[in-house]
Design a binder for this molecule. Structure first.
Ligand SMILES: Cc1cc2nc3c(=O)[nH]c(=O)nc-3n(C[C@H](O)[C@H](O)[C@H](O)COP(=O)(O)O)c2cc1C
Length: 297
């Protein structure tokens, strides 16, 4: 997720959930406008993590040549999966006719995927769509275009672009996507607690599940482990340390990132119903002290 799940956070999630519960992750989208992205930008997205589990590099753009060359570079620097984002509703993406703008034209979606796929020799091509723009009438057509375009897996965020991130979700749309293609479908949208992962698979037949925002409040949502306050606080301290070590991030930047998580934090009873006492802490050092006290460090 853009602005949130940079490599430090992703690596911690992979550390605290075993592979049978968390099989891999994707980077935040890397926006490709007119020129291919430099390798250093792609490396920064991919991060240093080189474990067994795949980290897919997600691209978003509309320029076939720039996307193709960026995908080639992504493979060269070791991305095992290259994913193309067709779900982003942000204005910037729409202005560039990328992200969810492409959902209006399944044939263009297919062309984009072909261009990216033809640049790859070893890495797998995957795609992520929303269920549609304002309605879902073209959902199966979109899923089939992704398959025709060469995607080895398709993630379907079951909300339409107009539905934004609304709490209500209709998982039957995932079933429709699953039934329309042969490739594995990864279901996404509205997973709130660990039990939802299995429920989504059972109810929709999707092969995989992607968790979005709920992982920000409970990094253990994949395994379902119930952690206590000290382990939860330890996670946040490790995250702070990793941000400092990797980016030499300032204390206030680190506090900002921690508050981003604390705003929706559920694990270990650390925050309770009301995150405001945590969010009101203006001194980054005191924020860390509070976490250290809880972690018993
Ligand atoms: C702040 C934010 C940033 C996001 N960035 C991305 C992104 O870079 N790539 C992507 O495929 N989806 C992105 N998404 C969408 C999520 O991956 C996911 O599809 C969406 O939140 C629905 O899943 P959920 O209901 O489990 O949160 C983002 C969502 C949010 C809220």
């Amino acid at each position: 997720m853009e602005g949130v799940t940079e490599p430090c956070f992703r690596d911690l999630l992979l550390e605290c959930n075993p592979p049978e519960h968390l099989g891999g992750a994707f980077t935040e989208f890397a926006r490709v406008v007119k020129l291919p992205l430099p390798r250093r930008v792609l490396r920064a997205h991919l991060g240093p993590h080189r474990g067994e589990r795949p980290i897919g590099l997600q691209l978003m753009g509309a320029d076939l040549e720039a996307l193709g060359e960026t995908a080639r570079r992504a493979e060269e620097i070791g991305a095992p999966l290259v994913d193309v984002n067709f779900g982003c509703p942000a204005k910037g993406a729409l202005r560039g006719c990328a992200g969810s703008a492409v959902l209006a034209e399944p044939a263009r979606l297919e062309r984009i995927l072909r261009a990216v796929g033809s640049a790859l020799e070893r890495s797998l091509l995957t795609a992520k769509i929303r269920a549609g723009i304002d309605d879902t009438v073209r959902l199966t057509e979109l899923a089939q275009a992704a398959e025709e375009g060469g995607a080895a897996m398709l993630t379907v965020h079951c909300r339409t672009r107009s539905e934004g991130y609304q709490p209500e979700v209709d998982w039957s749309r995932l079933t429709r996507a699953v039934e329309s293609v042969e490739i594995p479908v990864c279901g996404n949208g509205g997973v709130l607690v660990h039990a939802d992962l299995e429920r989504m698979r059972r109810e929709t037949g999707c092969a995989l599940v992607m968790v979005g925002r709920a992982a920000l409040g409970d990094p253990w949502i994949f395994s379902g482990a119930e952690v206590g306050a000290s382990e939860a606080a330890r996670f946040l301290l490790d995250y702070a340390e990793a941000l400092h070590a990797r980016y030499a991030a300032s204390a206030s930047r680190i506090a900002g990132r921690l508050k981003q998580l604390l705003r929706c934090w559920r694990a270990g009873g650390l925050v309770g119903e009301d995150p405001r006492p945590w969010l009101a802490e203006r001194d980054p050092a005191r924020l860390l002290e509070r976490l250290r006290a809880l972690a018993g460090a």
